[in-house]
Each structure stands twice: as structure tokens, then as C-alpha cells.
Design a binder for this molecule. Structure first.
Ligand code: HEC
Length: 207
């Protein structure tokens, strides 16, 4: 009968012997290492193989991430190859573009600049202490090139924040086209505008 307990008893003793209760610096036995340990450089590690001593290699100068080649400077930067502002909108002006421009303008710009572009948006008329947004119908802003308006939308100007994060490039051109329409709407001459149906400029009146 005693022998029935010998084998289990021995196993328990062996198992308990494994819990030595002492710390060990030796790594645990790794039965199947596969490729768990390899020669490699950690991030930011030094590597004297390269002249600059960096293991992490910078991209080759001129590298362009796939889909990020922005060689159409007029479209992407509102400037021509020599760095001057584009005088014309690089996208073709269609009904869809104007509708898109109006929609985006009403979302992002009208709160300050007003639906008619006269600078009387709700944030301005509500007297919240914000720097006044200018009217687009001044001589100066009627004279700026399209590329400038495009740039203001993306980068902001003085105390106006930039909207590059919210408004993609194509929409910035749509808004630019819409601002031009707003400007023309305030300076209709003779019957020039009579037959053209402009997008509604909202309730606020022009100065
Ligand atoms: C939060 C309010 C606010 C919003 C929203 C806003 N703007 Fe402005 N904008 C301003 C203010 C303020 C100025 C004047 C900045 C200054 O002179 O310091 C300005 C100036 C401008 C100017 C004149 C730049 C110049 O050279 O005088 C243009 C053009 C313009 N904004 C276009 C836009 C467009 C387009 C949008 C929508 C994408 C927009 N703004 C959204 C507040 C706003």
C-alpha cells in the first residue's frame, strides 16, 4: 500500500525543488529559440559603420512618400514655379465646385466673415472680443490673386488661424472660387449679373 504514494510523493518533491525561492541572474531555459535572439540595432543606437555614427538611416534627399509628390505647385501651394502667387484658380470652375465652395465656406468661414463676406459673421456681431474679420469687398482684397486667398485658408494670416487640417487642398480652391463669386456679387455692373444666378449670399447685408 505504501508504494502507492512513493511515485506521486517523489514528483511533488521534484516540483517543489524547482521553487528554490532564490533569485537567479541566469536566463530561463528557452527550449526552442527560433529566431528570438538576433544581431540588431535598437532605435537611436550608435553604429560606427556609417560616417555620421547613426544606425537609423535618414531617407535619401529628395525622397517622396508614395502619393505625396506635390510637383503641381499651382494646385498645392497656390504659386507658380518661380514662387509668385497664382493669378487664376487651377481647378476648372463648375457648378459642383461652386456648390462645394459655398457649403465649405458656410461651415468654416461664415461664422467670422459672414455669409456675404462682409465680415459680419455671428462671432463678430456677437462681440466676443475677437479681432474683427475683414470684409472681402475692399479694394485690397478684391485685388489679391487667387493664390493668396488659397494660402490664407491653409496657413491663416496674422490673427486668423490656418485651416489646413480641416480643409483639404481641393476644397480650398472651391472656397477661393466662392469668395470670388461673393466679391463679384457686390460689384455687379449694369445687367452683367442679372442673368446669372449666384449662390445665395445669406441674410447679412454688404457694406
Ligand atoms: C475665427 C474667425 C475666422 C474664421 C473662421 C475665418 N477667418 Fe479669415 N480672418 C479672420 C480675421 C480675424 C482676419 C484678420 C486677421 C488680422 O488682420 O489679424 C481674417 C482675415 C482673412 C482674410 C484677409 C487676409 C488679408 O490679407 O487681409 C481672408 C482672405 C480670409 N480671412 C479668408 C478666410 C476664409 C476663406 C475662411 C474660411 C476658410 C476664413 N477666413 C475663416 C477671422 C476668421
Amino acid at each position: 500500500m505504501i508504494s502507492r504514494f512513493v511515485l506521486p510523493g517523489l514528483l511533488v518533491m521534484v516540483a517543489l525543488a524547482g521553487c528554490r525561492g532564490a533569485e537567479s541572474d541566469a536566463p530561463p531555459i528557452h527550449i526552442n529559440p527560433n529566431m528570438d535572439w538576433q544581431e540588431k540595432f535598437d532605435p537611436q543606437e550608435r553604429n560606427d559603420f556609417f560616417a555620421d555614427g547613426r544606425a537609423m538611416r535618414p531617407p535619401v534627399p529628395g525622397t517622396v512618400a508614395r502619393g505625396f509628390l506635390r510637383d503641381d505647385t499651382a494646385f498645392h501651394f497656390g504659386r507658380d514655379a518661380s514662387g509668385e502667387y497664382s493669378t487664376a484658380n487651377p481647378v476648372s470652375i463648375t457648378d459642383e465646385l461652386m456648390a462645394r465652395g459655398q457649403e465649405r465656406y458656410e461651415i468654416f468661414c461664415a461664422v467670422c466673415h459672414g455669409s456675404a463676406g462682409d465680415g459680419n459673421g455671428i462671432i463678430m456681431t456677437g462681440n466676443y472680443g475677437y479681432v474683427p474679420a475683414p470684409t472681402y469687398h475692399s479694394e485690397a482684397l478684391r485685388a489679391v490673386p487667387d493664390g493668396y486667398l488659397f494660402e490664407v485658408i491653409g496657413n491663416g494670416v496674422r490673427s486668423m488661424p490656418g485651416y489646413a487640417q480641416q480643409i483639404p487642398v481641393a476644397d480650398r480652391w472651391a472656397i477661393t472660387a466662392y469668395i470670388r463669386a461673393l466679391q463679384r456679387s457686390q460689384y455687379a455692373e449694369g445687367t452683367g449679373m442679372a442673368s446669372t444666378s449666384l449662390p445665395s449670399a445669406g441674410a447679412s447685408s454688404a457694406k
